[in-house]
Every structure is written in structure tokens, then in C-alpha cells.
Design a protein around this ligand. Structure first.
Ligand code: DHB
Length: 306
């Protein structure tokens, strides 16, 4: 039995990847989660300049639904500073995917060109942050802009480009199609959902930025549905990476059956000991594969469509 996974031309030791935004702003936490047993790690989204993000509180746990709402606002050190972290990850041979964002195509280009000489497994394009005025969702909901940005970046590098899709659209297939036409190497679904929490005592929104993005267990059935739809329409053309609300090994199997080649795990690793969580995930996947006589991850992918 093997956990080996291929996402396009990328080989991974297993299909579990640290999702962007969680434990991903310094090399040390990225390295820690890889060493705990993941197949690869994705950085917090990196932009052209350092940003402090939105006012606190910017992260709020919704324990009763094992979920989190955040309005971080793309806080990050900027690519010229973050380069050093990637260099350390390179030296330590940590398979690293770098999430990048920009407010427009020029900024995306600047960040890509500032990092593409490093050893990066793939760039994940964050076209879908819900917490900024410019860039983010505003790009990821416009098929023309998605195609334009992906095809522009495509010409600049041979490094695979993964497009992370927002669920905050009426037709995700249209955006996915634009990403594929632009030359994307994989689709990642889903990013956070637009959401809000109000404190009934203060009678005000809890987050400093008022509005935020929802992640965690509450969004898993939505992620499953999008991965299923994407696989049905594009599964023969492009690998799909499932993300959203993975808390248990069973959730990972569910994403694979829906059509995912690999999965990204974020919120649950941020609220528990990643070492324990990852161990449980691996044990559960192994048990499932044994019980259902699967010899490889690839055999599970898309099983719910037969
Ligand atoms: C942020 C970015 C995201 O892509 C997301 O889904 C949630 C939050 C942020 O930095 O605000």
C-alpha cells in the first residue's frame, strides 16, 4: 500500500498538504508541519510589500461548529523579506508551495518574478481573499481577469501554477474554465466563505474588520460539492485539490472520492497539535485503504462518480 501522490508532474510522499494561511508565515512552522508527516506545505499568501492586515480581532474561533472566522487581510512580510524563509526551507528540503497574491496583474507579476528563481514546487494563486477591497475576490469572480492573470504568469515560469477558487460565485465552473484556458496546472477548491459573527452583548460584529471568511468543519460539504462538480466537468483535464473543513481522516477520503488528487488542511491544524492530527489522519487513511482494498491514493480519486 502506498500513499505516494502525483499532482500533475509533482510527486508527493502523501496527499496531505498544509493549506495556505495557517502556520505559514515563517519557515519554522512550515517545517514543523512537514516534519509531522505532511506531503508538502503552502505558505501564507505573499504579496509585493509587507502588510499589517486588518485591525484586531482578526481571528475568532466558533468552537460549537468547529470552525473559524477570520479577517486577517493578507498580513504578510512581502516577498523580498519572505525569500529568506523560502531559502531556509529549500536548504532543509521541505517541499514548498508558495501562495501569492496581488491587487492587480502587475503586482502578481512582481511577486512571481521576485520568487521564481527559488526552489518552489508550485505557486498557488490566491485570487480569492474575501478580506480586501482590491485584488482577492474581486479578481477571482471575474473569468476574464482570471484568464488574463494566469496566462500572463504562465509565460514567466515553468513552475506549476495552481489556481485557488473562491466559493463566493454563482458559477465556479466558469471561473475554473478560465483558469484552465489561462494555463493553470491544478485547481484548488475552496477558499473561505464570506461570513460574519455578531456579539449579542456588545451588539456589534466581533471582528475588527466586521466581515470575514469562514473556514473549518462548517464548510466541508460545500467544498465536497465543488470538488465533485469540478471533477465531473474537468477531471479528465486537470488535477483538483480539495480543501475546506478537514478535521478527520474520513473527510480526506470523502474529498478523494469526490475527485481530489490531494487535499489541503488548514483550520484543524491551527487549533490542535499538528503532530497528533496528522498521525490520526494517516492511521485512518491506512485503515480505510486496507478495509476497502485500495493499494494507492489514485485508486480512490473520483470513486463517487462511478
Ligand atoms: C485571508 C485570505 C484568504 O484567502 C482567505 O481565504 C481568508 C483570509 C486574509 O488574509 O484575510
Amino acid at each position: 500500500m502506498s500513499f505516494d501522490t502525483e499532482v500533475g508532474d509533482i510527486q508527493l510522499r502523501n496527499p496531505l498538504i498544509l493549506a495556505s494561511g495557517v502556520l505559514g508565515t515563517t519557515y519554522s512552522t512550515l517545517q514543523r508541519t512537514y516534519e509531522a508527516g505532511l506531503g508538502a506545505v503552502i505558505t501564507k499568501s505573499i504579496g509585493p510589500r509587507s502588510r499589517i492586515g486588518n485591525p484586531n480581532p482578526s481571528v475568532f474561533a466558533l468552537q460549537e461548529i468547529r470552525s473559524v472566522i477570520n479577517s486577517v487581510g493578507l498580513a504578510n512580510p512581502g516577498y523580498s523579506i519572505f525569500r529568506e524563509d523560502i531559502q531556509i526551507l529549500n536548504e532543509n528540503k521541505i517541499p514548498t508551495i508558495v501562495s501569492i497574491f496581488g491587487e492587480n496583474k502587475e503586482e502578481f507579476l512582481e511577486v512571481l518574478n521576485g520568487l521564481k528563481d527559488l526552489s518552489v514546487l508550485a505557486f498557488e494563486l490566491n485570487l480569492s481573499c474575501p478580506n480586501t477591497e482590491k485584488g482577492g475576490t474581486q479578481i477571482g469572480t471575474d473569468p476574464e481577469l482570471v484568464k488574463e492573470i494566469v496566462s500572463m504568469l504562465r509565460k514567466e515560469t515553468e513552475i506549476p501554477l495552481w489556481v485557488k477558487l473562491t466559493p463566493n460565485v454563482s458559477n465556479i465552473l466558469e471561473i475554473a474554465d478560465a483558469a484552465i484556458k489561462g494555463g493553470s496546472d491544478a485547481l484548488v477548491a475552496i477558499n473561505t466563505l464570506k461570513a460574519m459573527v455578531i456579539d449579542i452583548q456588545t451588539k456589534m460584529p466581533v471582528l475588527g474588520f466586521k466581515r470575514g471568511g469562514l473556514s473549518g468543519a462548517a464548510i466541508k460539504p460545500i467544498g465536497i460539492r465543488y470538488v465533485y462538480d469540478l471533477y465531473e466537468n474537468f477531471g479528465d483535464k486537470i488535477p483538483i485539490i480539495g480543501v475546506g473543513g478537514i478535521y478527520r481522516g474520513e473527510d480526506i477520503i470523502e474529498y478523494l472520492l469526490a475527485g481530489a488528487t490531494a487535499v489541503e488542511i488548514g483550520t484543524s491544524l491551527g487549533v490542535a497539535y499538528p503532530e497528533n492530527m496528522i498521525r490520526f489522519f494517516q492511521m485512518k487513511i491506512k485503515k480505510y485503504m486496507k478495509e476497502h482494498q485500495f493499494n494507492s491514493i489514485k485508486e480512490i480519486t473520483g470513486g463517487a462518480h462511478r
